[in-house]
Design a protein. Sequence first.
Length: 294
Amino acid sequence: MGHNLDIQSIYVLVKMYELRNVKLVADALGKTSSAISKILSKLKTHFDDPLFIQGRYSFEPTLFMDTNIVHFEHILTTFDAIHHSDFSPQTLKQEIILYGHALFWDNFGDKLYLELRKDAPLAKISMRNWSLEARARLVEGENAVLLNTYDDTLPQVILQKPICELTPTFYVREAHPAQTIDELIQYPFVITRNPGWNDVRYPILERLSGVGYQITPCVEVENISAIENIVRQSDHFSFTMSRLIPSGCRAISLPILSDLKINCVMSYHRAKQNDPQKEWLFQAYNRVLNQTKV
């Protein structure tokens, strides 16, 4: 067996082992399915092994791949480490893709952009709304970052790196008649709806239901500014974090859930956990979030 393998071929092997689908590998690496198939054919000849066998739903790795995947991954980790010391945000020209929910972008988007712009004046920064399509791309290997709260539905292939904890709270207009949660639940509730996050379930409302407080949203709105205006102009109430009470509003805390904290995390594909760019983004995000502490 020779040793004239190029590093791109090893990337294809590792990505194929992870995704088990030629098209997904092609999309993740920015190549065509035909190009990936040709690389895999060369590798089969090189190693004198089928490498992957077509199963009912996907390609399954052979014993050779199961035995050696750790070595291929080690090669990539070592290769990536060669470039770590050369990373500099000041010279970064590639696109930085950031995903987030409406609540995050409305409260932190401008601050994060300006923070990143100071360090990386040449980079193109794309700040996009989180969605089910974005989730699929991230899981498949897209080189992007999700700025969100901890999500127990994300697969293990996504690393969720903790930054800080926030306290959830309800909020109302200053002159709202309700002073406690028991009084508040008699009024209409408007909630933010974010595809890919809480379009299936509301964890906070589930917790409240478990202790006897049945709260059902009467309206779901994706635009945070619209929700805040509804609350300021009516007796509706909504949900936010304790640091993010809108102007003209006040908080009504959740004493019965005083132990409940929202964990803010930065999420990205586990294959990128040693990427120095991710560490730089993490530090910038950390600075922005902690500037708002009370």
